[in-house]
Design a protein around this ligand. Structure first.
Ligand code: DAH
Length: 345
């Protein structure tokens, strides 16, 4: 700053000097952003000098001051960039430090807090469900995750092109006969396998992983878990189904909970229903589907519908675990982040 000195010259030099100090003293990126927008914003010291440029009578002096304002802004910009780089580097290292995972075997050394692994929330729910059903007299069965069209659809009373097939967005597996092998869309095909393999009476639950062509969001995952139930005996009625759902509800959720059935449609049961569980606050949570096993399904399982009758039910496990632990986004359950899992012991 060489020539004529107006009061604005002095103000500008002061604003620049103060500004540089404030920028250097900012201790976080957020603070730096606040400082810079105060300095260079519409209500800042530089803006007010700029707006008083018009009052400088001498044209040369005005020009020169205008140039100096630009130089000051450029100098503040350079100082900001430098400080911002320093702060980001420091913030990055401290983030790395705080998220560092110690891979050394802590169990071997003394005086180190032992970090134990924990069962996945879905595994915990699955094991509790199995315990409760075993307590009610059920056996556990499992089936393959890669299924044939026959077990996943046809034997469940959905011949080729049956419109109800569109209730499940299906993932297909490459095979010799196009479309004949799928990733099972539900655990219901295990019903057929159990009927074929076990002599009746049957009291079985079948937990497992299922697959659907879904885009993940807060309440959906393309891979999730269900548990299927199947009861086959002589003279089984809808009242047995309602009673079993109610006993399960009380045993699993607690004596204060109740269930209700609402009429619905599934191809493999007739009549069919959906069942809901009443939460503590009086609201209902939709759990799954159920009904009396359709005669076509009994036949596909090798049973005579005149001799045997039964009921079936199926519901999702992930959503239940999500509800139970008050998790907002189902994807968090699959994030693999210890800080998430540690909250649920
Ligand atoms: N498989 C059905 C689904 O994935 C759920 C279901 C409904 C299972 C009714 C059943 C049943 O066993 O009887 O949506």
């Amino acid at each position: 700053m060489t020539s004529a000195s107006t009061p604005e010259h002095g103000q500008l030099a002061q604003a620049l000097a103060d500004g540089i100090v404030q920028i250097r003293e900012a201790t976080t990126s957020d603070q730096l952003r606040t400082v810079v927008s105060a300095l260079t914003g519409k209500k800042g010291p530089i803006a007010s000098i700029k707006s008083s440029l018009g009052k400088v009578a001498d044209i040369e002096a005005r020009k020169e001051l205008g140039q100096l304002v630009n130089d000051a802004l450029a100098a503040l910009g350079v100082a900001t960039d430098g400080r911002s780089r320093e702060l980001r580097a420091a913030e990055f290292s401290s983030q790395i430090e705080s998220e560092r995972v110690d891979m050394t075997e802590v169990a071997m050394s003394a005086n180190v807090e032992r970090r134990l692994g924990r069962m996945h929330l879905v595994t915990q729910a699955m094991e509790r469900l199995e315990d409760v059903f075993i307590g009610l007299g059920f056996q556990i069965a499992e089936g393959p995750e890669v299924e044939t069209d026959f077990y996943n659809f046809e034997a469940l009373n959905m011949p080729p092109s049956h419109p109800a097939r569109s209730m499940w967005d299906t993932l297909f597996v490459e095979s010799d006969v196009d479309g004949s092998v799928v990733l099972r869309t539900h655990t219901s095909p295990v019903q057929i396998r159990v009927m074929q393999d076990w002599p009746p009476p049957i009291y079985a639950v079948m937990p497992g992983r299922v697959f659907r062509k879904e885009t993940p969001d807060a309440t959906h995952m393309p891979v999730f878990h269900q548990i299927e139930g199947l009861v086959i005996d002589r003279g089984i009625t809808f009242a047995d189904l309602a009673g079993t759902i109610e006993s399960f509800t009380k045993a699993f959720f607690g004596p204060g909970f109740t269930s209700r059935l609402r009429p619905s449609y599934f191809p493999f049961t007739e009549p069919s229903a959906e069942f809901d569980i009443r939460r503590h606050d009086g609201t209902w949570i939709e759990l799954g589907g159920c009904g009396m096993v359709h005669p076509h399904v009994l036949r596909a399982g090798g049973l005579d519908p005149d001799e045997w009758s039964g009921f079936a039910f199926g519901f999702g496990i992930d959503r239940m675990a999500k509800e139970r632990h008050g998790i907002n986004d189902i994807r968090d359950m699959y994030s693999d982040d210890v800080r998430f899992t540690e909250q649920f012991s």
